[in-house]
Design a protein around this ligand. Structure first.
Ligand SMILES: NC(=O)c1ccc[n+]([C@@H]2O[C@H](COP(=O)([O-])OP(=O)(O)OC[C@H]3O[C@@H](n4cnc5c(N)ncnc54)[C@H](O)[C@@H]3O)[C@@H](O)[C@H]2O)c1
Ligand SMILES: Nc1ncnc2c1ncn2[C@@H]1O[C@H](COP(=O)(O)OP(=O)(O)OP(=O)(O)O)[C@@H](O)[C@H]1O
Length: 278
C-alpha cells in the first residue's frame, strides 16, 4: 500500500503531525510520498519522497488541515484517491477524525476496518468546454463587481426555471449544501442523496428561492447583463472572470470524491457539526 501525506502549511501543529504520520507509515514499511508544498514549510521529510500533489499516485491520502486543505487536495490530484481527513481546521466539516485519534484511525485503515464514502461532484462547461475543475462543494456564479447586481436566467433541462437579479447564484452538491449554499438559505442535504441545490445569493425578488433538483438535470445559466463580467468560483479554489456572453452549463460529473470513513453515521454527526458552525 502507498500513502500520500499533505498538511496545511500555515499551522506548525499540522506540519508536525504530518511528520509523525509519515514516520509511522515509513517505519511500518509502507511507501509514502509527501506534498512538495508541505515540504517547503517543514524540511524534515526525506527529499526522495517529495512530489507535487498533481503527481500523487497512491492508495490513500492523509490530509491534515481543515476544509480548505481537503478541497485543495481534491482540486489538485488527478485520480479519485480516497482521502482520510484529520481535522486541524476551524470547522473541518469534510474531515473524519480529530488529531488525537490519528494513530487509532491509521491502525484501522491498515487493518482494512473502514469504508469509502463516495460523493458526487458537478462539472461546469464554459461555452460547451469542460475547461474548469469539477466542484465538490459548489460552482458559484458571482457578480464581477462587488456592490453591483447581476441579472441571470437559468434553465433546468431546457426550461426557464427563474430569472434573478442578485449577487450571484450558488449551484451546490449535497457535500456543499453545508457550505456557501447554506449561507444563501439552502437546506441541509443528506449526503446519500443525488441532488443539486440552486440558491440565489441575496436576490432582489423575495420570490427567488433556493431549489433542489435531480443531480442528473442539466442547468444552463445565461448572463443578461451584457456589459458586466461574472466571476466563476469553484470550491473557493479556482476563479475565473467570464465575458457577459459566456454560456455556462452545469451537469453531474462522471468523477466522484472518495473519503475514508469509520462510521456510516450521519445523524447526529453532521447535524451536530452544523450547530458548531453557527
Ligand atoms: N458566505 C459563505 O458561507 C461562504 C462564502 C465563501 C465560501 N464559502 C465556502 O467556503 C468553501 C471554501 O472553503 P475554504 O476553507 O477554502 O475557504 P475559507 O477559508 O474562506 O473558509 C470557508 C468556511 O466554509 C467552511 N466550509 C467549506 N466547505 C464546507 C462544507 N462542505 N460544509 C460546511 N462548511 C464548509 C470552512 O470550514 C470555512 O469555515 C467554498 O467551497 C464555500 O462552500 C462560504
Ligand atoms: N499548502 C497550501 N497551499 C495553499 N493554501 C494553503 C495551504 N495550506 C493551507 N492553505 C490555506 O490556508 C487556509 C487555512 O487552511 P484550512 O482551510 O485547511 O483551515 P481552516 O480555514 O482553519 O479550516 P476550515 O476550512 O475547516 O475552517 C485555507 O485558506 C487554505 O486554502
Amino acid at each position: 500500500m502507498k500513502f500520500g501525506v499533505v498538511a496545511r502549511r500555515d499551522k506548525a501543529e499540522a506540519l508536525k503531525l504530518a511528520y509523525r504520520v509519515y514516520d509511522f507509515l515509513k517505519v511500518s514499511g509502507y511507501d509514502v510520498v509527501v506534498d512538495e508544498d508541505t515540504y517547503r514549510y517543514l524540511r524534515e521529510f526525506d527529499e526522495s519522497d517529495i512530489l507535487p500533489l498533481e503527481d500523487f499516485d497512491v492508495d490513500f491520502i492523509i490530509a491534515i488541515g481543515g476544509d480548505g486543505t481537503i478541497l485543495r487536495v481534491e482540486h489538485k490530484t488527478k485520480k479519485e484517491i480516497p482521502i482520510l481527513g484529520i481535522n486541524m481546521g476551524t470547522l473541518g466539516f469534510l474531515t473524519e477524525v480529530e488529531p488525537h485519534e490519528t494513530f487509532f484511525a491509521l491502525s484501522k485503515l491498515l487493518e482494512g476496518d473502514y469504508f469509502i464514502d463516495e460523493r458526487i461532484k458537478l462539472r461546469t462547461y464554459i461555452d460547451g468546454e469542460a475547461s474548469v475543475p469539477d466542484a465538490l462543494n459548489e460552482a458559484a456564479i458571482l457578480t464581477g463587481i462587488p456592490g453591483k447586481i447581476i441579472h441571470l436566467k437559468y434553465y433546468i433541462d431546457g426550461g426557464l426555471a427563474d430569472e434573478i437579479r442578485a449577487d450571484g447564484l450558488i449551484v451546490s452538491t449535497p457535500t456543499g449544501s453545508t457550505g456557501y449554499a447554506m449561507s444563501a438559505g439552502g437546506p441541509f442535504i443528506d449526503p446519500r442523496l443525488s441532488v443539486t441545490v440552486i440558491a440565489p445569493l441575496a436576490p432582489l425578488a423575495l420570490s427567488s428561492r433556493p431549489m433542489v433538483i435531480p443531480a442528473e438535470s442539466r442547468i444552463d445559466i445565461r448572463n443578461m447583463t451584457i456589459t458586466r463580467e461574472i466571476l466563476l468560483a469553484i470550491d473557493g479554489q479556482f476563479y475565473t472572470y467570464l465575458p457577459p456572453e459566456t454560456e455556462i452549463t452545469i451537469k453531474l460529473s462522471p468523477r466522484r470524491a472518495r473519503f475514508v470513513r469509520f462510521t456510516e453515521e450521519i445523524y447526529p454527526k453532521y447535524t451536530m457539526r452544523l450547530k458548531k458552525r453557527f
